[in-house]
Design a protein around this ligand. Sequence first.
Ligand code: HEM
Ligand code: SF4
Ligand code: SF4
Length: 433
Amino acid sequence: MNPTRETFGNIPLSSQLAFYALAAVATGIFCWGVRRRWKLWQLGQPISFREMITGNLLAVWERARPGARRVAVDAVAQQRVRGHGFGTVAHLSLYVGFMALLAGTTLLEIDNIVSHISESLKFHHGLYYVVYEYTLDVLGLLFLLGTLFFCWRRARKPAALGHRATDWYVLLAFLAIGVTGYLVEALRIVWQQPTGLAAHCSPVGLWLAGYFAGLGEPGARSAHFALWWIHAFLVFGFIASIPFTRLFHFVAGPMNIFLAKPSLGALPPVTMEEVEKTGRVGVSDIRHFTVQELLSLDACMECGRCEEACPAFATDKPLSPKRVVQDLKGLMEETAAGLAAGQTEFRALHEDTIKAETLWACTACSACVNVCPVRIDQLRLIIGLRRHLVAEGGLSGTAATALRRMQSNANPWGLPPAERAHWTEGLTTKSTS
Ligand code: HEM
Ligand code: SF4
Ligand code: SF4
């Protein structure tokens, strides 16, 4: 017998049509949410998208290649998520499971579409079906395990992690999606009674089906139909909620990774052309950040890695790079809402949002930039703000002395210029960007 199963088996046509209508609504809400965030980022200084796409295809690819490579390595292969103990294991587990389920659902839909063109094009049967079902059944467990770990961690409320009301909604929705997915499979096995490989290629579903065997075919069909709808509602709710929860990191994260300009240890210079053009030095208003810098604020999932790596935070200075990113994000949202309401006065960026003592506590060591999984450049944000303070004359103490010495001796310690790099002797330096 050719192992397979009917797509939308036990689901009447009216429910199938309602399913597609709801899928369209969920996707619409998702796109609307992404567009709202996109409009927020447009508060910032434009970055030249046109420059990126001008010229022939080869030229466009050459320009896009470094960003595309970063997305492939950092986001798709999860390179920068690694190195964080159980957090990494849990994320890899959840991520692999999620991607497998996403790919599986897409393949199933492609099979469904081509089968409407010609039955002979259908590929969801035979050996392919057996491998498909087995892979998804096993990888679905990874998805559940990763989610369970994140639940356990969140319940312990670690200080480094951000906590929002929607966090539990996301994790519990993931658990419910995973569990109802397996229950739907188990009930399908009960009413369909597959045999041989067709049954054994779904080991988890087959095991669960044992608990529902007493329902008989009519009972299993009714329960299957009800649970199928619950599962579908949960998935649509998840899709629609992505832009409004922490899950938005998997949209904004890869976007920021693509657009980021990694330059560990090197800061962009202030040019006279720029000062003449803008009439300012540094950042004194949230709208002075670039579109990419504002987008990067949305990529932050408050994992706390930058805070853990920050020497200023570790020594109880009034600075947390995670907090800086979150405070700027809050101001971006508030300013956009104010503008939409016709306001002309906004909460000040300096002092009301980020205090000068916070900015001066930064040692510019780049540790936060180095560990951020989505390549947010916290240091560049801080330096932009600090440059404004310097331009306004708001510099005192050792920082002012160091600058004066730089001006007179080209050495912040006031020693001869040739001795400026002596402190690096015997050190090995490493760049990971
Ligand atoms: C696109 C690339 C992605 C990157 C770079 C990324 C990065 C991260 C990082 C670093 C964390 C914190 C983990 C830790 O504390 O060690 C996290 C948390 C999380 N990510 Fe992702 N992620 C990505 C994609 C995804 C995808 C596709 C999903 C699944 C739909 C996902 C779901 C989650 C969840 C549920 C959490 C835990 C949130 C919590 O603690 O409540 N991520 N992500
Ligand atoms: S800025 Fe980066 S490292 Fe810091 S909390 Fe946000 S995502 Fe994590
Ligand atoms: S660059 Fe500044 S904010 Fe980042 S880790 Fe170093 S001291 Fe902390």
